[in-house]
Ligand binder design. Structure first.
Ligand code: C5P
Length: 351
């Protein structure tokens, strides 16, 4: 029999079905029968979730809540983490990370993927719900591309499918915002303008395909440390509110005008990232002056550098050159915009 795709085996009525009992696998705990109940959803769910760059990142002064008000344009790019989730009896949630930087992800349950699974279960599931989560990590860790946020968003989508929760997009977005400032965008993808902490988003019309070369640095940068350095460098001179997003940038996206977009790229965190990681200046200077490059910037809080390139051929050439630059760990070419966290497959045990 071919693998069966089952969407929402519980019909979104998780708690009610538990009382009926019929849609759950029963475990081996006679003294506390709910302890080992696990929903009869798919046995293996796979989700893909993209990295992001900020086409513009305008930052205001740190507010009383410790966060900086932002005005930013996010674009999801075709570099993905893949999250596979399988049901586990007895409420165990485990995360295994694979990939060149897997060793940099904490294994003590504090990673954003595990946090996302626990948050989802605490709000919409039962203590008995468990999941074995595997993350194939391609997005750099501490790279300014929302890699941790991607894992949180992907885990929300994967476990909600696994546990048959059938949450609305709005319910998922609210959970995402609790997990981190970039998590809602990782769910959403595409090209959006965001404000507040970064969690309030409006989708933008964006024509065309954009070609990005991404240069990953040898070491990561901590987002709080970069915001802290932003404060130290700007002091009271930082604007209370972030600057507006230029109309030319929005018009360029609507028109699919990569040339103009390339000139409008900007990032208020770039000086702070360069201050913490001076070697980035060479990578940026190299990429920006390369033939066919329309613009370049540090992605988010860095240290990944992103270069907008005019066509696939120039992209391939530049990526080849970036790979051999000193202090560059790896380089890839991607297209954008990309879809937000989405299900690739959901198989039952009959597979
Ligand atoms: O929301 P998230 O957990 O991703 O933020 C990590 C840290 O980045 C925050 O604790 C804060 O130091 C900094 N940050 C900020 N302003 C934002 C977003 C993040 O200062 N808008």
């Amino acid at each position: 029999m071919p693998p069966e795709v089952r969407k929402g085996a519980l019909g979104g009525r998780g708690r009610k079905k538990v009382r009926g009992g019929s849609a759950y696998r029963s475990g081996m705990s006679p003294e506390f029968p709910w302890n080992d109940l696990t929903p009869l959803g798919p046995n293996r769910v796979k989700v893909r979730v993209p990295a992001k760059i900020n086409l513009t990142l305008n930052v205001g002064q740190r507010a009383d809540d410790g966060y900086h008000p932002l005005l930013t344009v996010f674009q999801a790019v075709g570099l993905y983490d893949e999250i596979t989730a399988m049901p586990v009896l007895g409420g165990v949630i485990s995360v295994l990370v694979r990939g060149a930087q897997a060793h940099l992800v904490p294994t003590d349950g504090t990673d954003l993927g595990a946090q996302a699974a626990r948050l989802l279960r605490s709000r919409y599931g039962l203590p008995s719900y468990g999941a074995s989560i595997e993350i194939d990590k391609q997005i750099p860790v501490a790279g300014g591309m929302a890699g941790g946020s991607a894992d949180a968003a992907g885990t929300l989508v994967a476990c909600s499918e696994l546990w048959g929760l059938e949450l609305s997009p709005n319910e998922l977005q609210l959970l995402a915002a609790e997990l981190g400032s970039d998590v809602p965008f990782s769910l959403n993808g595409g090209t959006v303008i965001a404000h507040g902490r970064g969690t309030d988003m409006v989708p933008l019309m964006c024509r065309g395909t954009y070609y990005w070369a991404l240069a990953f640095a040898e070491t990561g940068l901590s987002t709080p440390a970069v915001f802290q350095r932003f404060d130290e460098l700007n002091g009271a001179a930082a604007p209370k509110r972030p600057a507006d997003v230029p109309h030319e940038l929005l018009a360029a996206l609507i028109a699919g005008d990569a040339k103009t977009l390339g000139k409008m790229l900007s990032n208020d965190l770039e000086p702070a990232a360069l201050d913490l990681c001076p070697a980035l200046a060479d990578t940026l200077a190299y990429g920006r002056s390369y033939p066919g490059v329309l613009g370049g910037l540090v992605s988010g809080s860095g240290p990944t550098c992103a270069f907008l390139v005019e066509n696939p051929r120039a992209l391939a050439d530049l990526v080849g050159e970036l790979r051999v630059l000193p202090r560059v760990r790896a380089a890839v070419g991607v297209t954008a915009p990309a879809r937000g966290a989405h299900l690739i497959s959901a198989h039952s045990s009959a597979a």
